[in-house]
Ligand binder design. Sequence first.
Ligand code: HEM
Length: 446
Amino acid sequence: MVQLSFNPLPFLDSLQQYGDLSYFRMFKIRAFAPNHPDLVREVLTTQRHRLRKLPRDTRAVSQLTGRGILVTEGDEWLRQRRMIQPAFQPRHLASFARPIAEETERMLDRWEPGTIVDMADEMADLTMKMAARMILGVRLDERADLVSGARILSEAFISENRTILRLPDWVPLPHQRRKRWAMALYDQFLRETIAERRLNPHEGDDVLSLLLKAVDVEGDGRGMTDEQARDEAMTLFTAAFHANSMALAFTLYLLTQHADVEEKLLEEIDGASRGSVLGPADLSRLPYTQMVVKESLRLYPPAWALFTREVTEEFELGGYRLRPGNWVMVFPYLLHRNERLFADPTRFDPSRFAPDREQQIPQYGYIPYGGGPRVCIGNTMSSMQLPLILANVLRRCRLRLAHPEQRLRIQASLALRPRGGLPMTIEMREPSKLAPPALQRSSAAE
Ligand code: HEM
């Protein structure tokens, strides 16, 4: 089904008519796309031992991330997951408050009222800098080479993972040379950083520092080798920023189209902040902000498609016999626009996630972060980061489409993103709403 490769979103819209499970062919391979929460649950939980991520896709990713957690399977995956998970527990998440607040404020201080910025690029830079501090413990403002490297790697990660024809790295094309340069740069940087941290194990509360201290208590009682720590740090860094940035860009876009939602949101943010930077302790006073983010992730899930799964052992799904070599493709985008799960599914309506209504959404019907044992390991980090960034940006400014007549066009590569960028005009909000810096509460840095 060539349309899925070249024009995926209209293709997915067309699958809505086929009920709970669609069947089609991808380059002669039988492919199945579940569109019912019970079938998705089976794929991601009960039947997951009969499936593996498609080797073609994982090979492309592992070129950048080695044998990181995104691409491994079975016991190797489980051991790494056990050791990485504690770094994302709520107890540790609080230490990310400072990078989130500081990097957002630094970006806002740079913004000039009346100027136009590409919000997709701006959010990509912001979340990249945050990820570098939270995961690698490095400030990218001091390393312009690492910023360029991360942009190149992010592009490579996205484009190669969805390319049908992938050229080998030795082909002397400019983008291949750039990619080799960026990979060598990060490889050297991570090796040096790991060596340094091994010498000073008590420094740093970033994820990499925790990985180096982690021990597989339930397993062999040993820690990660330098090679494993390098691969996991690279995996987490590249996985962390791209989806987050696109989620923010789409949310800011949606707010330009829905003045009523924006107004209600600003009211909540102003009430919660009273002029100060917002931090994790304020999240309980930002319920509507969190609803807006969830609804944006429903309409435009950055991970619109999970990794394709290949059947390794025969099983039945929704009345079909799936045989080894068949593909199962789970599309959050498809489920999130299923009208049996979400009434009037193309409408942006954050009230779907009001506490009483959210409970009615079936667990595997809303899966922006995937589901089952391989659910996104960064979902707790992201669920804290996205509403806080949004609230702190809107605390100080309003954003308008620079070209209001321009329609949103979406590119579905590894993640969904606005095609051709998202130029927006910056309007600063009334200074009276902002407290002078000396009076600002420091909950964000607590
Ligand atoms: C809006 C933000 C994010 C979205 C939408 C997202 C989405 C996803 C999805 C859908 C999966 C499952 C893929 C599959 O089953 O095929 C996944 C896995 C993963 N995500 Fe995220 N993610 C986000 C942020 C993050 C962050 C912040 C990190 C790291 C700090 C991260 C790291 C990972 C890793 C390592 C996996 C693989 C987990 C495993 O296989 O055990 N993600 N993510």
